[in-house]
Design a protein. Structure first.
Length: 321
């Protein structure tokens, strides 16, 4: 990712990330992260109290700090624009405002897939459409289709809907939507130069209300986790109790903030394959489902690709098996 950004002049910054623990329970979660990172050769280390105080004096970490030195931030829009340029230079075509309405797998000696698209993007496809045969669901005169030897389902929030158009009922997936609201901070102090994450909390659906930075160095906090029923529910949640909980979370590791300078910003939605937490130790948690689906030659499925999918997109693209 860093190599790509450097070669293509995509703005980025290797600012590092701290995971901070305030008690023994949180420190145990840091130990789990440390051991897992070591097992996959991700650079990670503990930061001494003296070093932590010297580097980020405004950050509270009563029990310890775990540092991921290779973590960074990227101009996501610039990155996607660069990838689109690469795609188009190789002959690719981006078709916007073309919601998929039906997909027909190869059959009866036909080696190609058929993908029908509509023209009305105001009505997004449902999360669990009922599969229909061509006879049951004829394409309208306005619909068009394309053919392809390979179909890669990387539809994000609508990936489960595409999955359910193709696979039999027993292999259908239910999409869960985890909305996260972000909060902006208008003052210039405190202003850490490192990303700050609270230690994972078992049972939570996210990573806590963490401190992140944009390419201009502006501080923001979030996201929190709110389960919603639609991919279009993008209004930030102004609930006072939720805002108070986020403030408490932020003040646990950045006690010097001015609460009156924290305000609601924007919201995004993460595509989840369940409501279990990655830190809960349960076997039901799943993300980054990447597979060539058996019985459907030429269909590659990508489900549960949450926000880390942006920075791991180049690595995902290199997957071969």
């Amino acid at each position: 990712m860093y190599d790509y950004c450097q070669k293509n002049d995509v703005p980025h910054m290797n600012c590092g990330k701290w995971i901070v623990a305030q008690d023994d329970v949180q420190m145990q979660e840091c130990h789990k992260v440390h051991e897992f990172a070591k097992s996959i050769d991700v650079p990670i280390r503990y930061v001494s109290k003296e070093e932590a105080q010297r580097r980020e004096p405004d950050v509270r970490a009563e029990a310890g700090v775990l540092e991921s030195s290779s973590t960074g931030i990227v101009d996501s829009h610039g990155f996607m624009q660069s990838l689109l340029g690469d795609f188009e230079n190789e002959g690719g075509t981006l078709a916007l405002v073309s919601p998929v309405t039906r997909i027909q797998p190869p059959s009866n000696g036909d080696l190609e897939w058929k993908i029908w698209t509509g023209t009305d993007a105001s009505e997004p496809i449902p999360s669990s459409p009922t599969p229909q045969t061509p006879e049951q669901s004829p394409a309208s005169e306005e619909d068009t289709f394309i053919t392809a030897e390979t179909v890669i389902n990387s539809a994000g929030l609508y990936a489960c809907a595409i999955n359910n158009m193709i696979l039999p009922t027993e292999r259908h997936r239910t999409q869960f939507y985890a909305k996260g609201s972000y909060f902006t901070y208008s003052k210039s102090h405190p202003k850490p130069s490192t990303l700050i994450y609270p230690a994972p909390v078992p049972g939570h659906g996210g990573l806590g209300t963490h401190l992140t930075l944009d390419m201009g160095g502006q501080v923001r906090f979030g996201p929190d986790v709110e389960w919603v029923g639609s991919a279009n529910d993008l209004a930030p949640n102004a609930d006072s109790e939720r805002f108070a909980a986020a403030l408490a979370d932020i003040k646990s590791y950045l006690p010097g903030i001015d609460p009156s300078s924290v305000s609601l910003g924007y919201a995004g939605i993460r595509p989840k394959l369940g409501k279990a937490s990655a830190t809960a130790g349960g076997k039901t948690f799943q993300d980054f489902y990447i597979a060539k689906e058996k019985g459907f030659e030429g269909f590659i499925n990508l489900l549960g690709i949450e926000s880390p999918g942006l920075t791991s997109s180049l690595a995902i693209g290199e997957e071969r098996n």
